[in-house]
Design a protein around this ligand. Structure first.
Ligand SMILES: Cc1ncc(COP(=O)(O)O)c(C=O)c1O
Length: 353
């Protein structure tokens, strides 16, 4: 018998399939990560920091929030840094939901929203994304009741890659002014679609972003939340003073000094790798969801067998179920060369089926 809350002991952990994953042996196309390492300048900044011999002191962030706010184009009082965007999601749900409140999380989507809503004891309502209709705008609006406290809009959505327009998000935020609207812009640099210009007019909007994806720094854990100043102040009452570590501060400062390094990878993915994989899928009649970030959710015949074959050839992709329980493969896009390798391995595996 655990002394922990019963709703927590009854839950399952969010445990992504990390076992056996090895960056030296595999082409990692399974976690939507950037597939090229950090730039030499970022690496050097981390080495230099270690050599200052200051690991024994607590982290100090200086004007890091201000620098990120400049990059994001919002006033610095509308932004706070977090330990990855996972922590931003956690803070927003903890700050807004009580036991029994309703939370709308269109599905399928990123697991953390559900995980944290369950921790808070919220009731989860899940309108469905569809391959043709995309984000269920009407389904979300119809699901709002006086008990709704939070609506999650993953933009673009993981795993489907679906983009939600700025106009649709504003419409939802205006229709449900008493609900927090969590807009997860984790993949922002791939889409450039954002609602950050509405933070003052719509004080129920919360945006989460991260340095884990396009910036290639998931290991150092830095995200940020943007919202109206009073919301940021409330979230700061929950976040610990040292939740972000010093390596994150050092690496992100260096990365922000050369945004062109990140941007050139984003351009390669969108302009070269994505068309290559999409044309392969079209040629083979493999259905896939229209996608706007660095991953494509595709439904080949015998997806699980194909996944095993790819794994045997050293290429990792991520099997995921759609709402009907059908298994698809969520495939991360890397450089053109990596995508060419993926396509070659897919070709081989399909011809052997
Ligand atoms: C939609 C979405 N939000 C948030 C995250 C978590 O990102 P972070 O590493 O910043 O916690 C992910 C990671 O896969 C994601 O896909």
């Amino acid at each position: 018998m655990s002394v922990c809350k019963s709703r927590i002991t009854k839950m399952g952990a969010y445990s992504p399939p990390l076992e056996g994953r090895n960056a030296d042996r595999h082409l990692l196309l399974d976690f939507n990560e950037r597939t090229i390492p950090v730039s030499p300048k970022v690496r050097q900044a981390l080495i230099d920091y270690i050599q200052t011999d200051h690991l024994q002191t607590y982290p100090a962030y200086g004007d890091l929030s201000q620098r990120i706010a400049e990059y994001a184009g919002v006033p610095s009082e509308q932004l706070m840094i977090t330990n990855g965007s996972d922590q931003g999601i956690d803070l927003i749900i903890r700050a807004t939901c009580n036991v029994g409140d309703e939370v709308i999380i269109p599905s399928p989507s990123f697991a953390m929203y559900n995980q944290i809503a369950q921790v808070e004891g919220a009731k989860i309502i899940e309108p469905e994304f569809t391959e043709t209709g995309g984000f269920p705008v009407e389904g979300v609006l119809a699901a709002v009741t006086p008990a709704t406290r939070l609506i999650v809009i993953s933009n673009p959505n993981n795993p489907t890659g679906t983009l939600v327009s700025e106009a649709d998000i504003v419409r939802i935020a205006q229709a449900a002014p008493d609900c927090a609207i969590l807009v997860d812009e984790c993949y922002f640099e791939y889409t450039r679609v954002t609602v950050k210009d509405h933070l003052t007019a719509l004080p129920n909007l919360f945006i989460t972003r991260t340095f884990s994806k396009t910036w290639g720094l998931p290991s150092i854990r830095l995200g940020y939340v943007m919202s109206a100043t009073e919301n940021i102040n409330a979230l700061l009452n929950i976040r610990g003073p040292y939740d972000v570590n010093q390596f994150a501060e050092v690496a992100v400062r260096a990365a922000l000094d050369e945004p062109e390094y990140m941007q050139s990878f984003v351009s390669e993915v969108l302009e070269q790798s994505k068309p290559l994989l999409e044309s392969f899928l079209h040629q083979h009649g493999i259905p896939f969801w229209p996608a706007s970030a660095n991953f494509i959710f595709a439904f080949p015949e015998q997806a699980e067998a194909l996944n095993q074959q790819l794994q045997a050839s050293g290429v990792l992709v991520r099997p995921k179920k759609n709402q009907q329980g059908k298994v698809g493969l969520r495939i991360t896009l890397g450089t053109l060369e990596q995508t060419q390798r993926l396509v070659n391995e897919l070709e081989k595996a399909i011809s052997q089926q």
